[in-house]
Design a protein around this ligand. Structure first.
Ligand SMILES: Nc1ncnc2c1ncn2[C@@H]1O[C@H](COP(=O)(O)OP(=O)(O)OP(=O)(O)O)[C@@H](O)[C@H]1O
Length: 890
């Protein structure tokens, strides 16, 4: 039993231990499960805890990204805004004060807005805070920071002044509280009339004035053609009116009238350049009003927060204003000459059949002032004291015409009686090969050669006759009609300009008389034939000279008076007395007040400005265009270049029947030579009279060389006798150049020459080889010639040669150093002089040439002057002819 029990126990035990083992295992599993579960829980908890943190970080990252993009965008916008502000407000409109200087806007460029501070934007570069004023609107200042407000005003004004040409901004100050103290720095502008203070009671009058200006500008300047001055400036490049800025700094309540006027200015001022800067007075709301509010720590422009700039340093304000005032007081800057020229494609497009019209300058409202020459007015008088711009005006007028009319439509003749060469540039020069294609003649340095003026008038009179004849032939009366019936003819209008013309009419001699007669005729009849006279004079005497001839003056209906010109305009018309510099009164009504037009004349006569135009026109010249003839009274002509000399040639056979001796250049429109014909006829000899060695030699030299050119070698004889050592070099040079055809004689041998020639003339049947005796200072040989030479005395032989020679082709060309000496050689004071058929007087008074040498009594109107001679050939001349001897040939 025990065994059973034991067995049972053992079994139970086994079962129990088995169960225990299983239980342990299960426990272990359960515990492991628990641990895993816990672990998972921990992990889940931890994971759950990490989730919001991650999401937040992501959100933050996103936000940061957006912030950065935003900031970059703002920075970019700010940068762009700053750049735009820089363009809108360049230079003086926005430069910092330490680098500030005036930079006026160009003529057609809008002045733009001005900077008074910066727009505050965190994290971006500052953007200039701009306020539009000139050509844009008005500024209203308010706020409790009085100092801050007061600092804005000088910034606004200085920048505006600096953006405009000196004088183009005018300020009006109304400051009843501080009596102008707020604008003290700008006071220097007052010296140039650019700042006007209005007293405490003057606001109404100031507003009335501004309204009146607006009305006037609308009516006469904009005149319905433009809506604003800004538009006018952009279209024309001209700014005829200044900007007017009224600075109104507080005061009493406005009256109803004042309020009404103020509202008008606010509404209509900006278009006319009338602007307000106002503090302490209400302005109505409107698109043209910019409001600036300055409180402590907060300033705003139209609601935008800004940091205001410091005001400009006081020294900068006064210095700038002083500079502007002095520039304005010095007179307006010259208007550009290009204002007078047509657009590039319109050169030489005008037709002159009915007249010549061109602008001469700018009128007070910016419109061009036109000058017309035609049937009415036909001629012009220009007057102005020296230095007032007469020469410049002539350049400007000629330039404006020459750019519009081609050389087939218009020709100029120009004569300048004053010292100086400025008109020489119209002709071809050494320095500048160009010339003005319309210019046919330029006479300079003619002050002592009034004959040249006469020559021009004679030439024009001849042209007038030619035109009148042509008109008659075609049965018309006026140039326009002549051109219509003869379209292929050359009928340009002619404008003859004579500067300092009074020189021509000075004195009461024959030249003045003839000149006045010719002028009168040209003035009267030239009008219908397209010949126009423009006479200029710097002083009254010139005009007075004309005044004696009312009929003549009456033709000059176009008057141009420069500042302070006297008696150019009608008697009661004193408009020229108050003219500013570089302006002119233009009057096409014979100077009557109602015809006045004031023009500002551009600078045209300076070298560069003129050259530009002249070169351009020169390049446009017709292929066959010839340069203008330049007559320079100071120049000495050369025989080798004289057209008449060049045209001389020897006949192929025999000898010329009527050879010519050229003696000098005639004072004439063409460069012609004075010619002495030497046919086989009594009296065909020449006497050169006077003590001037060089001139005498020059006359004989030209005569001999021109004669020699008409003979083949060996067909003429030239005998040169020189009796004055001073003349030796010139005479020798001639002798050498004439080579084998010349023979040389001196004091010793001259009697032989007389004897040979004189005796031969007495003998019949002598061969008649042309023989020219060139006797230099022949009177010096009186002693030698007193003795026997052949069958008679030397002097008798000389008289015989003079008397009988020419018919046998033997001519004397002799220089006597005085009229009395010549008379002695001819046989004494009462001796006949008809064997001296022609003479050239040098330093010999006209009176000495009287009896028997010159027709009439008292001798010619001749006063000796250097390098001029009076030539008279009794066979052809009625009066003497002034000549310029040719310069030495080598
Ligand atoms: N419209 C102008 N704008 C600017 N400068 C001018 C103008 N007109 C003349 N000037 C200047 O004034 C000076 C005198 O001018 P200009 O020689 O034309 O005077 P003028 O009256 O002819 O004098 P004069 O009779 O003594 O020769 C010159 O230096 C010229 O450059």
């Amino acid at each position: 039993m025990a065994d059973v029990r034991a067995q049972l126990v053992t079994r139970v035990r086994g079962m129990l231990s088995e169960a225990l083992g299983a239980t342990r295992n299960r426990l272990a599993d359960a515990e492991a499960d628990l641990a895993a579960g816990r672990d998972r829980l921990t992990r889940v908890r931890r994971a759950a805890a990490a989730v919001p943190e991650r999401v937040g970080a992501q959100r933050d990252r996103r936000l940061a990204e957006i912030d950065a993009r935003h900031a970059a965008r703002i920075a970019e916008l700010a940068r762009r805004a700053a750049a735009a502000a820089g363009r809108e407000a360049p230079g003086a409109a926005s430069a910092p004060w330490d680098r500030w200087q005036a930079t006026p806007a160009g003529r057609s460029e809008p002045p733009g807005a001005v900077r008074i501070g910066t727009v505050r934007i965190t994290g971006a570069e500052p953007v200039p805070a701009l306020v539009p004023l000139l050509d844009a609107g008005h500024v209203h200042l308010a706020g409790s920071d009085r100092e801050g407000v007061a600092a804005v005003v000088p910034a606004l004004l200085l920048r505006s002044v600096g953006r405009a040409d000196p004088g183009a901004v005018r300020l009006f100050g109304y400051d009843p509280e501080h009596l102008g103290g707020g604008l003290a720095g700008f006071a220097p502008l007052g010296t140039a009339g650019l700042l006007t203070f209005v007293g405490p009671g003057g606001l109404g009058r100031l507003l009335d004035d501004l309204v009146e200006q607006i009305r006037r500008i609308n009516e006469t300047v904009l005149a319905g053609e433009y809506a604003t001055l800004r538009e006018l400036a952009a279209a024309t490049g001209r700014r005829p009116e200044p900007w007017r800025v009224a600075v109104l700094l507080g005061g009493d309540e406005l009256s109803r009238h004042e309020r009404g006027q103020l509202d008008r200015v606010v509404r209509t001022g900006a278009a006319c350049g009338v602007h307000l800067v106002v503090r302490g007075i209400d302005l109505p709301d409107g698109p043209t009003v910019t409001r600036v509010v300055v409180d402590p720590d907060d300033a705003r422009i139209g609601g935008l927060p800004v940091a205001l700039d410091a005001p400009p340093p006081a020294g900068l304000v006064t210095e700038t204003c002083r500079e502007v005032a002095s520039r304005v007081n010095a007179g307006p800057p010259p208007a550009p000459f290009t204002d007078l020229l047509p657009p590039a494609g319109d050169y030489w497009r005008e037709d002159s059949a009915h007249g010549l019209t061109a602008p001469i300058g700018e009128g007070p409202h910016g419109r061009p002032v036109l000058l017309t020459l035609g049937d009415y007015p036909p001629h012009a008088l220009i007057g102005g004291p020296s230095g007032t711009g007469k020469t410049n005006l002539i350049f400007a007028w000629i330039g404006a015409l020459a750019a519009r009319y081609s050389p087939t439509e218009l020709e100029f003749y120009l004569l300048d009686f004053k010292e100086g060469v400025s008109f020489a540039r119209f002709a071809q020069g050494r320095r500048d090969p160009s010339w003005l294609p319309h210019m046919r003649l330029v006479g300079i340095n003619v002050n002592t050669d009034r004959e040249f003026g006469l020559a021009l008038l004679r030439f024009l009179a001849e042209e007038l006759r030619r035109r009148a004849d042509a008109a008659k032939k075609h049965e018309v009366t006026k140039l326009a009609e002549l051109r219509a019936v003869d379209p292929t003819g050359h009928w340009p209008r002619i404008v003859a300009v004579v500067d300092e013309f009074q020189a021509l009419l000075a004195g009461r001699d024959v030249v003045a008389r003839e000149a006045a007669d010719l002028l009168e005729d040209l003035a009267r009849r030239g009008r219908s034939q397209g010949i126009h006279l423009v006479l200029a004079s710097q002083d009254v005497r010139g005009i007075e000279a004309l005044w004696g001839r009312p009929a003549l003056v009456a033709q000059f209906t176009l008057r141009i008076a420069l500042p302070k010109a006297l008696r150019i305009l009608a008697e009661r018309n004193d408009a020229a007395q108050s003219l500013p510099r570089h302006h002119a009164v233009v009057n096409a009504e014979s100077g009557l007040t109602e015809g006045n037009e004031v023009a500002r004349i551009p600078l045209a006569g300076d070298w560069e400005t003129w050259s530009q135009l002249q070169h351009r026109l020169w390049r446009m010249r017709p292929q066959d265009a010839a340069p203008a003839r330049l007559f320079d009274g100071d120049a000495i002509p050369r025989l080798a270049e004289a057209p008449d000399f060049r045209a001389l040639a020897a006949p192929e056979q025999g000898v010329p029947r009527s050879p010519v001796a050229l003696l000098g250049e005639i004072i004439d429109v063409q460069a012609r030579s004075a010619a002495l014909r030497l046919p086989r006829a009594p009296g065909r000899n020449l006497a050169v009279l006077g003590t001037r060695v060089d001139e005498a030699c020059a006359v004989l030299d030209a005569a001999a060389r021109s004669l020699a050119r008409q003979y083949r070698p060996g067909t003429a004889r030239f005998s040169i006798a020189c009796l004055d050592p001073d003349a030796d070099p010139a005479a020798r040079a001639l002798y050498e150049d004439l080579a084998d055809d010349a023979a040389w004689y001196d004091e010793e041998t001259v009697p032989e020459l007389m004897a040979e020639v004189g005796d031969a003339l007495g003998a019949p049947g002598t061969p008649q080889t042309p023989h020219f005796l060139l006797l230099y200072a022949v009177d010096a040989a009186a002693g030698q010639l007193a003795g026997k030479a052949g069958r008679r005395t030397g002097l008798e032989q000389l008289r015989r040669i003079l008397h009988d020679g020419p018919e046998r082709r033997t001519h004397v060309l002799a220089w006597w150093r005085g009229v009395a000496r010549m008379r002695v050689d001819l046989g004494g004071p009462a001796a006949r002089t008809d064997q001296i058929g022609a003479w050239v007087a040098l330093d010999v008074q006209g009176a000495e040439l009287g009896s028997s040498l010159y027709p009439g009594t008292g001798g010619p109107d001749w006063y000796p002057r250097p390098w001029r001679g009076l030539y008279f050939d009794r066979a052809v001349h009625r009066t003497g002819q002034v000549i310029i001897p040719y310069g030495p040939s080598r």
